[in-house]
Design a protein around this ligand. Sequence first.
Ligand code: PLP
Length: 388
Amino acid sequence: MTAPPFLPFALPEIGEEEIAEVVDTLRSGWVTTGPKARRFEQDFAAFLGDPTLQAIAVNSATAGLHLALEALGIGPGDEVITTTHTFTATAEVVRYLGADVVLVDIDPATLNIDPARVEAAITPRTRAIIPVHYAGLAANVDAILTLARCHGLKVVEDAAHALPTTCGGALVGTLGSDATVFSFYANKTITTGEGGMVVTRDPELAKRVKVMRLHGISRDAFDRFTAKTPSWHYEIVAPGYKYNLTDIAAALGIHQLQRARGFQQRRAAIAQRYRAAFADLPVQLPPEPAAGELHAWHLYVLRLADAAPLARDAFIERLFALGIGVSVHYIPLHLHPYWRERYGLDAAQFPHSQHAYERMLSLPLYTKMSEADIERVIAAVRQQLLQG
Ligand SMILES: *Cc1c(COP(=O)(O)O)cnc(C)c1O
């Protein structure tokens, strides 16, 4: 018998419409930021369903987070509070601006940033909070916004996992923070290969993000190209960045976005299959959203119970040997040398993140999984956790 092929941890679902739109872009003569990027921005704002929102396309969520914090004036001497249980991009952008990162622990039930820990970390230097909607489950944005209002702080949501996610029935992106940033990286819930979107209701913030995403030029290249009058003239108003999204990428995004609701339903259905199949195992299942709320199910994170017959690392090795790709989200920031050494951190300061990290793994969860793929993951997990 030949072994079944390796089941990857994540795969994008790119359809014929995406491919045709990319080809159309390639044939059009306009391959960088132009009409498709603009359409993707308009479609994205329409998807969120709030006409007061502006959506600004960028070439990654990292770029979008950087631009949002820059537009809010974060700089040296400032502190920004975020969760230790995230990808380094959430925090590194604060350092780009010369400000300091203050990491806090998570709520062990949801794995999202704990508002009580945020409150305890506020100092006179605190300027902003970056909640992350971990795995696609909404963070407690209400509590964070209340804290921000009381203390005069800005809030930028890292919504890299949260398309579409709701909080109190409202889509993430519309919740009332200063800016929300989505990612279209290859393994996210929709993808443009690389890409991101900054969403805001603040016209001044939007204006600054647009200028800074393209060199600090007062008008973007597409405006200059399509203007009806001679348009060679432009002004540089700041030392900006090169963070614009290409039309090739936006062509993918336009069609991925149209499928985002369907993708979410498929992901939620797979999560329900896992939930039913693993209910009797020595594991902690991922938290479910409250009734009526959308969970994007970017990740399916299991935590091994202390009664599990094997430890997390051994479990991952067994699954890998069975040809199943898994991952860990995340090695918390406090364990990485840069963050640990810069801020003198140790695991005892983050007991919930540390405890979860030592027991967690993320199973394959993506729309292209077949029934057989799902069954294979279920069988492998059950076999290892029942036998050890
Ligand atoms: C993927 C991710 C990012 C970065 O997104 P890019 O588009 O790759 O820059 C930021 N934060 C979190 C939580 C992520 O998972």
